[in-house]
Ligand binder design. Structure first.
Ligand code: SF4
Length: 433
């Protein structure tokens, strides 16, 4: 695309671009492997945010980073600059394999998981064989079973352990949230890493060849059932060969040097709204005193990587001296952009989160919360202890309405009360204790 050509927004979706409104504002979503980025990449993103966007970055609960309010004419220079530091947006929106989500953990297990995340990111980003899918395809990798995130992905891997030199994981498929949530099912247990790529490719091919346009994998499963799905998958994977997940780069990133191998410093970011000035300040300190890496957590907070042999004290002191908040006392609440910045948004999610922060007592603050601006549930309200979903837009004639969810077991949260006004919602939340 030349700098003067009018963009084709339908095809630009695959390049990570959505239209935010009818005024020509655009959202650009970056695809970060497991939410990981270097300090240098972060500084470039800050430059772009200041020059072409709003100066505020939105961190997502799948470890992506969004720039809002871009204009069509700025896309070419933005893409060119992102490429200079190895960042891609390809497949971050539209019918493609989206960013590989992975909650950063630590130690040797995480080093192995990270290698898998990078391998899958490289394999599927911009791979024409896996673009043009009926709808999005979300992959997530979990370090063990905690929470229910593995139930909410199109394909999830749960790392188990290492046995006889082979890394093993369980593979779950066909989960999803949105207006019709469906918990994924266990497709295969204790799968060695080298068997994963052919298996994942097979699942995506079944999805590509058999799901109708606009439908997620969970809808195909609802139509054909698990047995038929397994038969189709057997056909797609017949004769496939194992494929290594560790490359030459991964071998030099051992447990002592890999990002996060020694843990993370978590910096709370309210509602995922991070001013580029704050990120630039942190990135500069991380480059000088840290191991040079940052990550975005599923709680939409910023994480600073600590390599195993790094003394974190000088970095922590510098962060404190710079006035960067280091404690985890902020309300743990995932928030999608809602009507503030998303064309589908029914309610102002950040305002709701601010009200929550005001009314919650100690017990309420110890829970995790999520607010979604519409039933698409991008902030994963069914995975939080307490979730809020906007279900009706407010107007002069009628108030906005919300559903309140509660999660009490290992599965998705269930609706507790439906169609509450904001005042009723806050009352119901106070009553939860
Ligand atoms: S949940 Fe709805 S309002 Fe929020 S980001 Fe997703 S589509 Fe937009």
């Amino acid at each position: 695309m030349s700098d003067t050509q009018s963009p084709d927004y339908r095809t630009l979706k695959l390049d990570g671009i959505y239209q935010q409104n009818t005024n020509g504002d655009l959202m650009l979503r970056l695809k970060l492997p497991g939410g990981l980025l270097s300090a240098l990449q972060a500084e470039v993103i800050c430059d772009l945010s200041d020059s072409y966007s709003t100066g505020i970055l939105h961190l997502t609960c799948r470890g992506s980073l969004e720039l809002h309010g871009l204009r069509g004419e700025s896309l070419s220079p933005v893409f060119r600059r992102l490429q200079t530091v190895g960042l891609t947006t390809r497949g971050a929106c539209g019918g493609a394999v989206r960013s590989i989500a992975c909650a950063p953990s630590e130690g040797e297990r995480y080093t192995r998981i990270q290698a898998l995340v990078r391998r899958l990111h490289q394999h599927f980003s911009g791979n024409p064989h896996f673009e043009g899918l009926p709808k999005k395809f979300k992959i997530g990798i979990e370090d063990g079973y905690q929470g229910a995130r593995h139930l909410a992905q199109d394909l999830a891997m749960v790392y188990l352990d290492r046995e006889d030199g082979r890394d093993l994981c369980d593979v779950w498929v066909a989960g999803g949230l949105g207006a019709q949530p469906r918990e994924g099912f266990l497709l295969a247990g204790r799968v060695p890493f080298e068997r994963l790529l052919p298996l994942i490719e097979g699942v995506i091919k079944v999805y590509l060849h058999h799901a109708p346009p606009g439908k997620r994998l969970k809808h195909l499963l609802a139509d054909i059932g698990e047995r038929e799905f397994r038969a189709l998958l057997a056909r797609e994977t017949r004769g496939s060969q194992p494929c290594p997940v560790i490359g030459p780069l991964d071998e030099v990133l051992d447990a002592s040097t890999a990002p996060g191998a020694g843990g993370w410093i978590e910096l709370p970011v309210f509602a995922g709204q991070l001013p580029s000035a704050d990120l630039r300040q942190v990135a500069g300190l991380v480059r000088r005193l840290g191991d040079g890496f940052l990550a975005i957590s599923p709680e939409q907070n910023l994480l600073i990587s600590l390599a195993a042999e790094l003394d974190p004290r000088p970095l922590k002191q510098a962060l404190q001296a710079a006035g960067v908040p280091l404690d985890g006392s902020a309300l743990n609440c995932r928030v999608c952009p809602g009507s503030h910045a998303c064309p589908k948004g029914l309610v102002p999610t950040r305002d709701v989160a601010r009200q929550l922060a005001k009314i919650l007592g100690e017990q309420g603050r110890s829970l995790d919360w999520a607010v979604a601006g519409c039933p698409n549930s991008c902030s994963q309200p069914q995975l939080a202890h307490c979730g809020i979903i906007g279900v009706r837009k407010g107007s002069a004639a009628k108030e906005a309405l919300f559903d309140l969810y509660r999660r009490d077991d290992d599965g998705f949260g269930k609706p507790l009360q439906r169609k509450l006004t904001l005042a009723e919602l806050m009352q119901a939340i106070k009553a939860l204790g």
